[in-house]
Each structure stands twice: as structure tokens, then as C-alpha cells.
Design a protein around this ligand. Structure first.
Ligand SMILES: NC(=O)c1ccc[n+]([C@@H]2O[C@H](COP(=O)([O-])OP(=O)(O)OC[C@H]3O[C@@H](n4cnc5c(N)ncnc54)[C@H](O)[C@@H]3O)[C@@H](O)[C@H]2O)c1
Ligand SMILES: [Zn+2]
Length: 385
């Protein structure tokens, strides 16, 4: 037998820019991100836009065209921005991915061209998936327009669409070419979409950064009152914590069985499906982390007082901590939510691994869940009242 042990080291570096008025021609951030490739040719750029963004930014496509016109020496907009409906439905079928692939093909987007996507987390997931498939991956630039996308989903290295009733079953790991977070998108964002980002911030603070948790706890009333400077600060810190985790956890492509940033997500993913997406990802995360905090306190990992502070913080911000879907049962009286545990395990592969705050600001992984105890947590009065 001959064994050759092949080693490949791949280094990824991508800028994550926090800016304002990205498409104002005076703002050079996007131009800088696209021209850092060092090419001397005009770059072909296909821009995809989430239709939902136009409800708060009706002039967005005009601004994008003006921006590319201002930098036409270096950048070539291959067609008018392609507007597609966003939200979770873009991930529910492969229709949008096919349309994006067709546009990439029609406009000769090559591996030295750019596919830019401007939209919410679901839109970026679908666009990133198409970009990762085309030519085995073309350069993809993310411009997230929701709080959750700016502080979590848009800054990471994953994309996906849903398949066979399961969230994110088809997808790839594909670091973006650049991420550009424009805080102006947050100004007119409906309050529930702002709070979705806060749910992810509470999540990451609870397992990684006690001081950050206390800052959110203190700011909860201001968040509810939509104090944008406070919200912007929290979202930025949340994004940086996510980025730091991806860079330093040693498992950016999630080959292990643990996925610490998915604290609360086994229940969240199931709740999204059970509620037929009535609950947004962020709302489902808020409920999932409240539930797991209660469970962590029942098994002695998290002091009850801390679980109560976490739940109170979510509530004060205006986030839900309970939904009727938690109590849904099948014909044999079994709680449907609990099948989310096995689905979560199957998605990661290997042994079940659930991350819990233990205590606030740090985390512990558990590999078995007492489903009777979990049932008593989710039906108990602490969440329901
Ligand atoms: N890839 C990852 O690592 C990762 C991580 C976390 C979450 N996600 C995914 O992200 C998705 C949730 O993303 P989301 O919370 O951004 O919601 P979303 O993308 O579903 O958007 C919600 C709604 O807001 C609209 N919208 C987007 N920007 C807007 C703006 N500026 N003004 C007004 N409306 C706007 C959209 O059109 C949509 O109707 C889920 O599918 C989730 O699974 C992915
Ligand atoms: Zn999430």
C-alpha cells in the first residue's frame, strides 16, 4: 500500500465594511472592495436586489445605477439591477436560484466578475448559493439590508436554501469576496426586523461575552424605543463576535458536531417550519434561546436568576419568548417541537450537541436532552406568562 497524505492550506481574507450611504458616489467603499483584485480590466458586475428593500428604499436601483455610472472606468454593470422577491419564500423552492443562475450565464459572469446581492438574510442565502454553484463559485459580494443579516447571516461563510421541508438542507460553505454593511438600511427597517438582529445579539452575548450581555440588558428599554445609535452599536459588536468565532473557533466549515453559534437554534429551526414561517428566524431564535436557558437552569448549568434575566431582556426588547407552536402535538400526543432535536443532530451529523449558556457569557455542550424535562420547560409558566 502507498499512502500519500495530501495537505492543502486555503487562506481566506475578506473585508467587512461598516459604512453609511454605500451607493452615494462619494462613498468609495464598494469601489475599493471590487478593485482590490488588482485587475486592470473593467469588472463585470451583476447586481441582485431583494424586492422587499424597495419598500423602504424605493430609489435603490436608481442609486445603484448612478454609482456604477460614476465608476464606469473600473466597473461595468452588466444589466439593470435584477429585482427578485426576498424573504423566506426565496429559499423554499429552487426557482429563484435557477433565475439567478440564468442571469449569471446570460451576462457572462466569469470567475473574475462579481455577483453582488443586496437584501435580507434569506435573499443573500439564495444568491450566495447560486453564486457558489456557478463556475464552481464566482466572487460574491454581500450587501445585507436587515439587522439580522448585518449582524449574523450576512457576515458568515454559509449559504443555503430549504429542501424537503428542512431548513438550509442544500447549501455550501463559501466565504464572500466582501461584505458591506450600510447602516442607512436600518433607519427605516420595520421594528420586528430590527429586533430579529437583537435576538442573535442576545444569543451570542449569552454564550460568549457577559459584558456584552449586560450592555444589552441595560439597553433593552432603549432598544424597544428604537434608539438607533444603541441598536447600531449592538449589531456591530454582534457581527464582530460572529466573525471572531468563525476565524478562531478552528472549525469554520463546521466539520465537528458542535455549533456553538446555534445556541437555541434546534428549537428555532423547528419553530420556523411549524409556524410556516409566521415566526421570523429572529423571533424563533428568541424563543429557542429562552427555552434552552430555562433548560440549562433546570439541569444546573445556569443559575435560575441568570435565565430569568435573559428572558426578561428579550421581553423588554419586545421579542417573543413563547409561541403556541411549542405546545403542538401529533395524534399520539407527542410534542412536535421535540423532533427538532433529532433534525438538528442529523443536520450536523454525528452525536447530538447542544450548546447552552453556563453561566451567562460562557458555554457548555451537552450530548443528551431529557425530553420530559424539556417538555416541562416549554410548557412551564416561566415562558408562557
Ligand atoms: N447563512 C447563514 O449563516 C445564516 C445565519 C442565520 C440566518 N440565516 C438565514 O437568514 C434568513 C433570515 O434573514 P432576515 O432576518 O434578514 O430576514 P429575511 O431575509 O427573510 O427578510 C425579511 C423580509 O424583509 C424584507 N427586507 C429585507 N431588507 C429590507 C429593508 N431594508 N427594508 C424593508 N424590508 C426589507 C425582505 O424582502 C423580507 O420580506 C433565514 O432564512 C435564516 O435561515 C442564515
Ligand atoms: Zn440564527
Amino acid at each position: 500500500m502507498t499512502l500519500h497524505l495530501q495537505k492543502i492550506t486555503v487562506r481566506h481574507e475578506f473585508p467587512v465594511v461598516f459604512t453609511r450611504a454605500l451607493f452615494s458616489p462619494r462613498n468609495r467603499s464598494l469601489h475599493a472592495a471590487l478593485t482590490r483584485d488588482g485587475l486592470s480590466t473593467r469588472r463585470r458586475c451583476l447586481v441582485l436586489v431583494d424586492k422587499g428593500v424597495l419598500t423602504t428604499f424605493p430609489d435603490l436601483t436608481a442609486h445603484i445605477r448612478q454609482y456604477f455610472a460614476a465608476y464606469s472606468t473600473d466597473l461595468h454593470l452588466v444589466r439593470a439591477p435584477l429585482v427578485l422577491p426576498g424573504g423566506e419564500r426565496i429559499k423554499q423552492t429552487p426557482v429563484a436560484v435557477r433565475r439567478i443562475l440564468a442571469a449569471l450565464h446570460r451576462h457572462n459572469i466569469c470567475r473574475h466578475s462579481y455577483c453582488l446581492a443586496v437584501g435580507g438574510g434569506a435573499f443573500l442565502d439564495a444568491a450566495g448559493f447560486a453564486a457558489a454553484l456557478f463556475h464552481r463559485g464566482v466572487r460574491h459580494v454581500r450587501i445585507p439590508t436587515t439587522a439580522l443579516a448585518q449582524c449574523d447571516s450576512g457576515v458568515g461563510v454559509k449559504n443555503a436554501i430549504n429542501y424537503a421541508g428542512t431548513k438550509n438542507l442544500l447549501g455550501t460553505f463559501a466565504p464572500p469576496w466582501a461584505v458591506l454593511n450600510d447602516t442607512a438600511f436600518l433607519d427605516a427597517l420595520p421594528q420586528p426586523l430590527l429586533l430579529d438582529g437583537i435576538a442573535e445579539a442576545v444569543k451570542v452575548a449569552a454564550i460568549k461575552d457577559a459584558a456584552f450581555f449586560r450592555a444589552i440588558e441595560r439597553a433593552a428599554q432603549r432598544i424597544r424605543q428604537r434608539h438607533l445609535p444603541t441598536i447600531r452599536r449592538i449589531l456591530k459588536r454582534c457581527a464582530l463576535l460572529h466573525l471572531d468565532h468563525i476565524a478562531t473557533s478552528g472549525d469554520p466549515y463546521e466539520l465537528g458536531t458542535a455549533r456553538p453559534l446555534d445556541y437555541g437554534h434546534w428549537a428555532a429551526h423547528k419553530l420556523e417550519i411549524l409556524s410556516r414561517h409566521r415566526l421570523s428566524h429572529g423571533q424563533a431564535v428568541a424563543i429557542g434561546i429562552a427555552l434552552d436557558a430555562l433548560y440549562a437552569s433546570r439541569i444546573g448549568l445556569l443559575p435560575l436568576k441568570q435565565a430569568q434575566r435573559l428572558i426578561a431582556t428579550l421581553r423588554t426588547c419586545g421579542l417573543p419568548v413563547w409561541a403556541p407552536e411549542l405546545a403542538q402535538t401529533d395524534r399520539r400526543g407527542r410534542l412536535l417541537i421535540l423532533s427538532g432535536l433529532e433534525e438538528f443532530r442529523a443536520h450536523l451529523g454525528g452525536q447530538l450537541t447542544i450548546t447552552l449558556p453556563a453561566p451567562l457569557g460562557s458555554r457548555r455542550e451537552i450530548h443528551a436532552v431529557d425530553t420530559a424535562l424539556m417538555a416541562s420547560c416549554l410548557l412551564g409558566s416561566a415562558l408562557n406568562n
